[in-house]
Structure formats: structure tokens, C-alpha cells
Design a protein around this ligand. Structure first.
Ligand code: B12
Length: 444
């Protein structure tokens, strides 16, 4: 399923009018599903013909889907009801349907009402069994990744990027690592990654990027990682290997990337245009307890301003992400985030609403506390729709704060002011100044 999802009508209206919001939406609206491209690469021999299809919504699935014997659908919570509708229609037309991905890995029972085969967990080692089972006319059943050897990221094949030929995508995704050593209460990516943090072989990442460059010269790469630069020495090796490829890329990582100036310099040299980092909130007290293992987030807040300066002065823009509605948040958080973003000259800012994705510790806690407004309304898991009672404000205050902050952050003047400040911060350092033209060209 393609596109972004938001339901709140007020926010949708704002989204159509605010320049910063619109631009960001356009950048991310179009990215392929890397999970499905991996499954395609793992499909066993046997004369199967593979196609990659996208549906913008239920009812918009391409007719080609109905000509398939087996359709694999990847699911996120926000679009899962639409995915179920597509699956129901395909099955009514005699097509077998397999579903997997983050949502159905947690809510597998629900998915069995809509799919022949439901896969729980990482798909690579299970998928060949699903295909063979379907080919043999096997009946509906669940498949568990845990019953297969764990996915060895050092043995991953090249995703079938060639299947994307002829389609328009803003960016193409590559994974360099899987998982994250931290456990944030709200994190939805961790739900299926019982395995520890895993790094791929640098040469395999280079191989995959070369494969992309072959079918899409000049493609902008987005690393579909949860936290790329946990291991700084591995990160340096990765960057050194990327330099000759002359690639431009974006990734998600944590603030500790700023601890290592050599790594930052290599990232910039290797074409890193932006890192996205979950700052969560400008005040230490607000994020206390959010990271469940070692209170990582709270321990870092005091160093944010300096870390941001180091990253941007290295010639890499920062997209700082904030979560609205944490238990310590009062309505004072909205102006605090706006002021902080200005004070530290963030090039890009992303604000989202705390969201209880199924399977997360947050979901469990808010359910126990009776704070989910409409349980099982997965379609509201968009990161922008409020579906819980915050602890220190009302749900309506949270909504109103989101609208207010969105307008403040993304109107043309604010956007221009923040970016000009970020670029002037970069200009003041030798490395930053060197990267300026490339950043402006790639990110606008
Ligand atoms: C890149 C990305 C995007 C891209 C591309 C998404 C895509 N088409 O795959 C874009 C920018 C479009 C996007 C959009 C959205 N995203 Co997004 N995105 C990501 C990100 C950063 C990486 C995803 C990725 O490529 N992972 C790597 C691949 C290899 O893993 P995978 O997809 O999970 O696939 C593996 C398994 O899940 C399984 N599998 C997956 N599908 C299937 C299917 C079958 C049949 C089988 C057998 C197995 C299987 O096997 C695969 C290989 O192991 C994740 C964070 C994360 N770490 O997951 C967020 C994430 C997935 N996104 C999220 C959200 C909320 C969204 C949006 C709803 C935001 C919005 N408001 O619009 C939209 C939804 C878009 C849509 N139409 O559904 C949440 C989803 C949480 C949830 N439980 O639903 C995540 C986890 C981030 C977060 N903040 O928590 N996203």
C-alpha cells in the first residue's frame, strides 16, 4: 500500500496549505516496500513470474493483482484495514493471499480472517515455505519466522530492485542494519525484532547500492534502518566504502553519532545529506523513562544543542523529531518545541503524536490504564491522529497543540528562517561550508 495516512480533517486541511508539510509529504509519499523486494529475492526457483504492485488505497489495487496466483501483502497498522479489504476482494476472485509485516506479526489472529497465509516475523527464511505450500495447494495457515533459522543479515541477497523498473520513486531504500539496541516504550519497529542489533557486511551494502545505481543512476538512497550508527567503527568503514560510489543518502540514527567527529566527517564525505534523530522533547524531565533499558534519551537531552551544532557543522542537516503527548507533557511543550527548534537552528523538524502501536510496551500500558480512546482503531495509528488520553492535558488540548505547532513550524516564513539559520551554522565551519551547495541542491 503506498502513500501517507492521516485522518484528522483539520490536520489534512493544514497539510494541504503549509509549504513545509507539503514538501516533506511529497518526499516520503513515494518509497517502495523493501520487505517485499527481499521476499521477491528469496522466492524459490520454479518458473515463478514476479511483479511488484502498489495500491494507493482499498479499491485502487491494480487489475494485474487479480491475474496472480499468490499475492504477498505487507502491512503497517495505519493501512491494515485497507489491506484487508484488498485481500478479501482478491480471495473472492480466487487469488491466494499471504500477509506479513509489522502489523500482522502482532495481530496475527485478526489477519487470519483475511489471508490464506499469515507470516509472523521477518520474512526471508519463511517465504520459500509459503510459496511451496501455496504451489502445492496447501490450506490456510500461519507461518512463524521463529520456527526457522534466524535471518542472517550477512547472507541477505540483493533485493529485487529490478522489479521497480518503470516506476517513479523519490528515494530507494537499502538496509544497512536491523534493529536498535535501545527499547523506547513507543517504538513500533522493535516489536518483531527479538534478535539483537545486527549489522550487514559493508561490501554487501555497497553491492546493493551498485545494483540500484545500475537500474536507477543517481538515485537518492534512504537507509531503512532503525539506528544506523550504533557501532562507530563499523560506521566509519561503511562511509569509507560509500565515498567512491558518489551516492547521496539519508538515514535514521541516534544522537550519539555526534560524539565522534571523525565519523561525522566521513558521513558527510560519503554523501550523507540528512540524519533523522528522535530527540522526542526539549526537556530532560519529559523523556525520563521513555527508553526502558538505560534511560538513554533522558541522559542525552542536556547535550542536544551542542550535538546538533556538531552534526550540522559537519555538513549534514538534521531532521529533529519530537513526540507530542508524553506523560510528562503539559500544554507548555508546544511553544517549547517551537522555540527549541529555532534556538538550535534545526534544518528540518518533525512533530508526531505519541501513538500506541499494537505490540509496543506503550500499547500494553495505555490499555491497562484505560487510556486508549478507541481500541483497535488501527487506522488511527498514523502518528498524527490522537487516539489516547494524555496524562497532563486533554486529548483535545493535544490536538489543538498539534495544529498550532504544525502551523508555527511549517509556514513559509518559519521554514525559511530555520533553514537559513541552519545553513549559516554550516557556513561557519569549513566542512559545513563545503557541503552547503550539495545540501541545498538535494534537499531544497
Ligand atoms: C521506509 C519506511 C516508510 C516508507 C516506505 C514504506 C514501505 N512501503 O515499506 C514510507 C515513507 C512510504 C513510509 C510510510 C509510512 N510509514 Co513508515 N517506515 C519506514 C521505515 C523507516 C523502514 C521500513 C523498512 O523498509 N524496513 C525494512 C524492511 C526490510 O522491513 P519490513 O518492511 O518490516 O519487512 C520485513 C518483515 O516485516 C516481513 N514482511 C513485511 N511484509 C511482509 C509480507 C509478507 C507476505 C511476508 C511473508 C513478510 C513480510 O519480512 C520483511 C523482511 O524481513 C519504518 C521503520 C522500521 N524500522 O520498520 C517505518 C514504519 C514502518 N512506518 C510507520 C508508519 C506509521 C508509517 C505511516 C503510517 C506514516 C503515515 N502517517 O503515513 C506510512 C504508511 C504508509 C502506507 N501506505 O502504509 C511505522 C509503522 C508502525 C506500524 N506498526 O504500523 C514504522 C515502524 C515507523 C514508526 N514510527 O514506528 N514508511
Amino acid at each position: 500500500m503506498s502513500g501517507v495516512r492521516v485522518h484528522d480533517p483539520e490536520l489534512l486541511k493544514l497539510g494541504l496549505t503549509l509549504p513545509g508539510f507539503v514538501r516533506r509529504g511529497q518526499v516520503i509519499a513515494s518509497l517502495p516496500s523493501l520487505g517485499l523486494l527481499y521476499l521477491a529475492a528469496m522466492t524459490p526457483d520454479g518458473g515463478h513470474e514476479l511483479v511488484y504492485l502498489e495500491a494507493e488505497g482499498a479499491g485502487k489495487e491494480p487489475a494485474e493483482a487479480y491475474a496472480c496466483d499468490l499475492v504477498a501483502i505487507s502491512t503497517f497498522s495505519a493501512q491494515v484495514f485497507e489491506a484487508y479489504e484488498v485481500a478479501d476482494r482478491l480471495r473472492a476472485a480466487g487469488v491466494k493471499v499471504a500477509m506479513g509485516g509489522l502489523h500482522v506479526s502482532v495481530e496475527s489472529e485478526e489477519a487470519t480472517r483475511h489471508a490464506d497465509y499469515v507470516v509472523i516475523g521477518e520474512g526471508e527464511n519463511v517465504w520459500p515455505d509459503v510459496v511451496r505450500h501455496a504451489q502445492a495447494g496447501g490450506g490456510a495457515r500461519k507461518f512463524f519466522a521463529a520456527s526457522h533459522p534466524p535471518v542472517d543479515v550477512k547472507a541477505l541477497p540483493v533485493p529485487r530492485y529490478d522489479l521497480l523498473a518503470g516506476r517513479d520513486f523519490n528515494r530507494i531504500t537499502v538496509q544497512t542494519t536491523r534493529g536498535c539496541p535501545w527499547r523506547c516504550e513507543f517504538c513500533a519497529s522493535n516489536v518483531m525484532l527479538e534478535l539483537p542489533y545486527r549489522k550487514r557486511r559493508v561490501e554487501d551494502v555497497v553491492r546493493d547500492i551498485a545494483a540500484i545505481q545500475q537500474c536507477r543512476p543517481g538515485a537518492f538512497i534512504e537507509f531503512a534502518d532503525d539506528n544506523t550508527f550504533v557501532d562507530k567503527e563499523w560506521g566509519k568503514r561503511l562511509c569509507r566504502a560509500l565515498i567512491p560510489l558518489r551516492v547521496r543518502w539519508f538515514t535514521e540514527t541516534d544522537i550519539s553519532v555526534a560524539d565522534d567527529p571523525e565519523l561525522l566527517a566521513l558521513m558527510a564525505e560519503a554523501g550523507c545529506r540528512q540524519v533523522l534523530i528522535g530527540l522526542e522533547s526539549p526537556n530532560e524531565a519529559d523523556v525520563r523513562g521513555v527508553e526502558l533499558k538505560r534511560n538513554f534519551k533522558a541522559r542525552r537531552v542536556a547535550g542536544y544543542a551542542e550535538a546538533i551544532r556538531r552534526i550540522q557543522c559537519a555538513g549534514i542537516t538534521l531532521n529533529g523529531c519530537f513526540v507530542l503527548g508524553l506523560d510528562h507533557h503539559t500544554t507548555s511543550v508546544f511553544p517549547a518545541i517551537r522555540d527549541f527548534a529555532d534556538d538550535v537552528s534545526l534544518y528540518d523538524v518533525q512533530v508526531t503524536v505519541q501513538t500506541a502501536f499494537p505490540g509496543t510496551p506503550l500499547y500494553k500500558r495505555l490499555m491497562q490504564q484505560g487510556r486508549i480512546i478507541m481500541p483497535r482503531r488501527w487506522d488511527l495509528c498514523t502518528l498524527f491522529d490522537v487516539n489516547f488520553h494524555p496524562a497532563r492535558m486533554t486529548a483535545n488540548e493535544l490536538r489543538a497543540g498539534l495544529y498550532w505547532l504544525t502551523s508555527e513550524l511549517y509556514e513559509e516564513g518559519a521554514l525559511r528562517r530555520r533553514r537559513a539559520a541552519a545553513l549559516s551554522m554550516m557556513r561557519r565551519s569549513r566542512r559545513g561550508a563545503g557541503a552547503l551547495a550539495a545540501v541545498v541542491e538535494d534537499l531544497g
